[in-house]
Ligand binder design. Structure first.
Ligand code: NAP
Ligand code: F7E
Length: 368
């Protein structure tokens, strides 16, 4: 019999990749989804109906729903990925963020205890490099002091400590993966990398004029999400539970990401000006774009406090988990995201054209 995993946040970027990874390993995969009047299951639509893949309604804000699902599924492993995961949104919705990202973790741990699974069920908590926030050292490893710098990070810090507490107080096998930014073609469209690759594709195909960004000098350690989900699993297969930094050990600025993404869609940019006046001007590419400002800064995307210097040291994960942080390079990551968005935008453009043609044909009576 394969193992049984319960994934919260299964509809998210990481949840979808982790589901594929665990199904390939022969797991029975159960996921919790929130009730909604619209369908947001695009990332897992290809898995629905597959043998061994099951969905349950629950909400991390509702203890009873969590206890019910944990009791029904009786999981061997829980991957707690559900969160309000957008840092900027956490400034607008700090209470909701705290409820889901902090107390939600406690609800999972308590549900496992309520169902008497604490000796059997292993728990992975999706922690984050945002804990280092206003960084006190570069690069950051498992010993670097935390200095959370947003309501999101403060909530996640509670999650980190409550996991440690339950490990020590009740001997539970639970651990936190301190994951640095990881991106993909499935990344939410308002995170900076995906916002850039989508905009670059739309600009290249004549569907958007300009991309507005916030802090272009912010530095991140960006990896590929598909590679990172393996670490979540590896952390739950060790003899002892522990916390691990997962990162590539390579750092780039938002500006560098944008530069490379535009180059992948055939547009070269020259950067001029500083701060809010900085602009990315097209120097080579389609004639209609040369000389035009394609990237500009809007202070609307500045954060009240911004984390600007994240660089992870994945030595412990490499040593103890045998994980290779260099599997997908920064250049490969940008390329695969840009290519996926070029294809997506082209397909949307074609579909829109079909709709327009159909409207015209209906109007002219060509199609009845
Ligand atoms: P994501 O794409 O934003 O997905 C978040 C998931 O959480 C979605 O499935 C969402 O469901 C679910 N969710 C939100 N509120 C919920 C609630 N109250 N009850 C149940 N489910 C809820 O995030 P991600 O990038 O996959 O990240 C996964 C986890 O890793 C998150 O905890 C994030 O904070 C953490 N993390 C991410 C990164 C990164 O770079 N991606 C780095 C470090 C840590 P809906 O689809 O219904 O909204
Ligand atoms: O911002 C800057 C922004 O929103 C990255 C989450 O998955 O990773 C993610 O959080 C940087 C920041 O990701 C725009 O100010 C500039 O410095 O893509 P992001 P994040 O805040 O690092 C961590 C590890 C998580 O745990 C989170 O869940 O880019 N930036 N201009 C911008 N950011 C956005 N979103 N939009 C802009 O226009």
């Amino acid at each position: 019999m394969g193992k049984r995993a319960l994934i919260t946040g299964i509809t998210g970027q990481d949840g979808s990749f982790l589901s594929e990874f665990l199904l390939n390993k022969g797991y029975e995969v159960h996921g919790i989804i929130r009730r909604s009047s619209v369908d947001f299951r695009e990332r897992i639509a290809h898995l629905e109906g597959k043998p061994g893949f099951h969905l349950h309604f629950a909400d991390l804000g509702d203890s009873m729903s969590i206890v019910k699902v944990v009791g029904q599924v009786q999981p061997d492993e829980i991957y707690n990925l559900a969160a309000q995961s957008h840092v900027q949104v956490s400034f607008d919705a700090p209470e909701f963020t705290a409820d889901v990202d902090a107390v939600g973790v406690l609800r999972i741990l308590e549900a496992v205890r309520a169902c008497h699974l604490e000796k059997r069920c292993r728990i992975y908590q999706a922690s984050t490099s945002e804990l280092y926030g206003k960084v006190e050292a570069v690069p950051q490893n498992e010993e670097t002091p935390f200095h959370p710098y947003s309501p999101y990070a403060v909530a996640k810090l509670y999650g980190y400590w409550i996991v440690k507490e339950y490990r020590e107080a009740y001997g539970m096998y639970c651990c936190s993966g301190i994951l640095f930014n990881h991106e993909s073609e499935r990344r939410g469209e308002t995170f900076v990398t995906r916002k850039i690759t989508l905009a670059a594709a739309r600009i290249a195909q004549g569907l958007q004029d300009r991309l507005l960004l916030g802090n272009l000098s912010s530095k991140r350690d960006w990896g590929y999400a598909r590679d990172y989900v393996e670490c979540m699993w590896l952390m739950l297969q060790q003899e002892r539970p522990d916390d691990y930094v997962i990162a590539t050990g390579v750092q780039h600025t938002v500006r560098e990401f944008a530069d490379l993404a535009f180059r992948h869609v055939g547009i070269t940019l020259r950067w001029e000006g500083e701060g809010a006046d900085e602009k990315g001007i097209c120097t080579a590419g389609p004639d209609r774009l040369v000389g035009k400002i394609l990237v500009a800064v809007s202070p609307d995307f500045y954060r009240p406090t911004d984390v600007v210097n994240l660089l992870g040291d994945p030595s412990k994960a490499r040593r103890e988990l045998g994980w290779d942080p260099a599997r997908t390079s920064f250049e490969q990551l940008v390329a695969l995201m840009a290519e996926a968005d070029m294809a997506k935008v082209a397909a949307e453009g074609a579909a829109a054209k079909v709709r327009t043609n159909l409207a015209e044909y209906l109007e002219k009576g060509i199609v009845k």
